[in-house]
Design a protein around this ligand. Structure first.
Ligand code: LLP
Length: 447
C-alpha cells in the first residue's frame, strides 16, 4: 500500500495516521472504523483553493455527496470552499453545521417541492436547475414565497469521459441536464430568462467522475463556451458563471495516475479564456465541484480480520468485519483498493490472499489477490483511499450497524460519527397494533 498524507509506520511497525497509531484506534474505537486524516483533507482543500481561487478568482465547491458530516462541514467552511449539496438531507446537514448558505449550490435531477422550499427558506447561493419541470416549480415556489431564485442551468455537453459506465454523466443519453445539441438547452435558457422569479446566472456541466484525461475538461469547457456564444447572439444574455463540475481522478491502485490540481486548473482556465476571447465574451466566473479528489485520499478504513479460509490450490479468503455495507464500491463498480496490515506494516509480503466482507453475498469481496504479510485472525487491515463514496454510500444490509468515524490530527483522535447500535437499527421499526398480541397461526399445520 502506498503511504500518503500523514501516514507513517511507527517504531512498533504499526501504521500511523495523523500521529495516531491505527492499531490503538482500532482497539479504542472498535472496527470497522473510518479514519479521516484531517491534515490531508485540509491540504486537498487548500490545493484547490490556491490553484483555482487564488490564481484565477474561480470558486471551488466541495461535492458533499462524497463525504458529509457536521464536522466535515466545519472543515470545508474553515478552508474557504463552498459546498455542492444534492438533497434535502445534505442541505439540512449544512444548515445544522451553520455552513454559510450563500456558498451552497443545490444540485439534483429530481428535487422535490419540499426540498426546493427548504432551500429557498435557507437562501442557498445557487439552484442548479436540471430540467424544465424543476424550473417551472422553482419559479412558482419562489413566487409563492415572495422571493427570487438564483439559478445555474445544468446542461449536457455531449462529452464522453473515459470512466466507468455508471459514473459518466456528460453524454447526451443521460438523466442529467438539458441537451445542447437538440435545442433543449437554448429553450431552457430562454424560458429561465423570461421567468419573473428566476435570476439566471450561468451554465453548468459535469462530465463524470474518476477522470484522468484533462483534455476532456478542455473539450467540455470549449463546448460550453461555444454554446454561451450562441446564446449571447440569440438572446443577448451571456453567462456570468460557468460551472464545470467535478470528477478529477485519484490514486487507488497502481496504474492510476492522478493529474495535479494546478494543471487541471490551468487547462480549464486556458480553455475558458481562449474561447471567451475568440467569441468576444466576458470571461465568466468559473466554478468547480471536486469531491473525490478532496475527501477520497483522506480516508482509510480499519477492519479486524476474522475467519481465514484456505482452499488449497484455489484461493485464501480473509474475512473482515465489514465489507460492502461500509464500502459498496467494489461490488458496484469493480473498484480496486490497496491495503496493508496495520499491525504488521513493516513486515514484507508473504502471501497472496483475497479480502472478503461479511455480507451474505458472494460479490461482497473488498480486494481480490493482494500480497500481504502472513494474515492471522485479529490482525488489523487498513484499506486506503476510502474517504469518498464509502460512508456516504454505506448501508445496513444484513442489519450490520454502520461504522464509527474518527478525525485524526497531531496525535489526537475525535469521534465525528458515532458507531451505529442495534437500537439505532430498530429506531424506525414499528409493530402495528394488530401484530402486537402474540399469536401463532397454523403452527400445527406448518409442522
Ligand atoms: N458535481 C456533480 C454534478 C456530480 O454529479 C459529481 C459526482 C461531482 C460534482 C463530484 O465528482 P467527483 O469530484 O467526486 O468525481 N459513486 C460513484 C461516483 C458518482 C459520482 C456522482 N457525481 C463512485 O463511487 O465512484
Amino acid at each position: 500500500m502506498k503511504l500518503h498524507g500523514t501516514m507513517t509506520v511507527n517504531s512498533r511497525g504499526h501504521l500511523e495516521i495523523g500521529g495516531c497509531d491505527t492499531v490503538e484506534l482500532a482497539s479504542t474505537f472498535g472496527t470497522p472504523l473510518y479514519v479521516v486524516d484531517e491534515e490531508l483533507f485540509r491540504q486537498n482543500c487548500r490545493e484547490y483553493y490556491r490553484a483555482f481561487t487564488e490564481k484565477y478568482g474561480a470558486e471551488v465547491i466541495y461535492a458533499a455527496k462524497t463525504l458529509l458530516t457536521l464536522a466535515i462541514c466545519r472543515l470545508v467552511d474553515e478552508e474557504g470552499l463552498g459546498m455542492d449539496v444534492v438533497s434535502g438531507g445534505e442541505l439540512y446537514t449544512a444548515i445544522k453545521a451553520r455552513f454559510p448558505m450563500s456558498r451552497v449550490y443545490f444540485h439534483g435531477n429530481n428535487k422535490s417541492s419540499e426540498e426546493l422550499r427548504l432551500a429557498l427558506e435557507a437562501r442557498v447561493g445557487r439552484f442548479m436547475v436540471d430540467n424544465f419541470y424543476e424550473l417551472e416549480m422553482l419559479n412558482r415556489l419562489a413566487g409563492e414565497m415572495r422571493t427570487r431564485a438564483d439559478v445555474i442551468l445544468r446542461l449536457t455537453p455531449g462529452v464522453e469521459a473515459h470512466t466507468h459506465e455508471y459514473i459518466k454523466t456528460g453524454q447526451i443519453d443521460s438523466k442529467f441536464g438539458l441537451v445542447i445539441d437538440n435545442g433543449q438547452a437554448l429553450a431552457g435558457v430562454r424560458r429561465a430568462l423570461e421567468m419573473e422569479n428566476i435570476i439566471l446566472h450561468g451554465l453548468h456541466c459535469h462530465i463524470g467522475s474518476q477522470i484522468f484525461e484533462l483534455d476532456s475538461y478542455a473539450h467540455a469547457a470549449g463546448i460550453m463556451m461555444d454554446f454561451a456564444a450562441r446564446v449571447a447572439r440569440e438572446t443577448g444574455w451571456a453567462p456570468a458563471e460557468l460551472d464545470l463540475g467535478g470528477g478529477l481522478g485519484i490514486y487507488y491502485t497502481e496504474g492510476d495516475e492522478p493529474r495535479p490540481v494546478a494543471e487541471y486548473a490551468d487547462v480549464i482556465m486556458r480553455a475558458v479564456r481562449e474561447k471567451a476571447l475568440a467569441h468576444g465574451l466576458p470571461v465568466p466566473r468559473v466554478i468547480v465541484e471536486p469531491g473525490r479528489s478532496i475527501s477520497g485520499p483522506a480516508g482509510t478504513t480499519l477492519y479486524t480480520v476474522g475467519a481465514v479460509k484456505d482452499i488449497p490450490g484455489v484461493r485464501k479468503y480473509v474475512a473482515v468485519d465489514g465489507g460492502m455495507g461500509d464500502n459498496p464500491r467494489p461490488a458496484l463498480y469493480q473498484s480496486r483498493y490497496e491495503a496493508c496490515l496495520a499491525n504488521k506494516a513493516a513486515a514484507p509480503a508473504e502471501e497472496v490472499v483475497s479480502i472478503a466482507g461479511k455480507c451474505c453475498e458472494s460479490g461482497d469481496m473488498l480486494i481480490w489477490d493482494i500480497a500481504l504479510p502472513r494474515v492471522e485472525p485479529g490482525d488489523i487491515l487498513a484499506v486506503s483511499c476510502t474517504g469518498a463514496y464509502n460512508y456516504s454510500m454505506s448501508m445496513n444490509y444484513n442489519r450490520l450497524p454502520r461504522p464509527a468515524m474518527v478525525l485524526v490530527r497531531d496525535g489526537q483522535a475525535d469521534i465525528i460519527v458515532e458507531r451505529e447500535t442495534y437500537e439505532d437499527l430498530l429506531r424506525n421499526d414499528v409493530i402495528p397494533e394488530r401484530l402486537r398480541r402474540s399469536r401463532r397461526l397454523n403452527v400445527a399445520s406448518a409442522r
